[in-house]
Design a protein around this ligand. Structure first.
Ligand code: NI
Length: 174
């Protein structure tokens, strides 16, 4: 496994729509395990392929927190086949928007179909925090960031500040 660099917003690579994966070959399986390592190192609870610059419909999530047993899910081509009418509000963050957190409203429960790392078709049901993480990561596959759910004034403020921070970091590393 190898850690990859996480792209920080604003960046056009985070706004692209990703393509469906045909089959989980060796290259894709390596990408999945690299993403998992990158996510754990960050540390984070979810990561989508475009965040490491790969525009394929792949996400990794692990909703386990604190001392809970690790519960990694390596997911390709996720499709939500059912979602509850009931919604919940959660405060979300993102490894591509470090240090910013905003409330986002989403369906509380979902049923998901996907391909796992062994190319097997799987289905899972998720609610609460796990459901939020999956939906957040799936948004990345269509170029959607959690700040796209907040007001445009707030969004441009956050992205402007991140742009400034990135510029400063680039200068410091020169
Ligand atoms: Ni994110």
């Amino acid at each position: 496994m190898a850690k990859r660099d996480i792209i920080i917003a604003p960046d056009p690579r985070l706004k692209k729509t990703c393509i469906t994966v045909d089959t989980i070959d060796g290259e894709t399986a390596t990408l999945m395990t690299d993403m998992l390592e990158t996510m754990y190192a960050a540390p984070g609870v979810g990561l989508a392929a475009p965040q490491v610059g790969v525009h394929k419909r792949i996400i990794v999530v692990d909703p386990a927190r604190g001392k809970e047993t690790p519960n990694p899910h390596l997911i390709a081509n996720p499709v939500i086949v059912w979602s509850s009418d009931e919604t919940k509000v959660h405060e979300e963050g993102c490894l591509s928007l470090p240090l910013y957190y905003e409330d986002v409203t989403r369906p509380d429960r979902i049923r998901l179909q996907y391909l796992d790392e062994n190319n097997a078709e799987r289905e899972l049901e998720a609610d609460g925090f796990f459901s939020v993480v999956i939906q957040h990561e799936m948004d990345h596959l269509d170029g959607v960031l959690f700040v796209d759910y907040v007001s445009s004034i707030k969004r441009s403020m956050i992205l402007r500040k991140l742009k400034k921070t990135k510029k400063q970091m680039a200068q410091e590393s020169d």
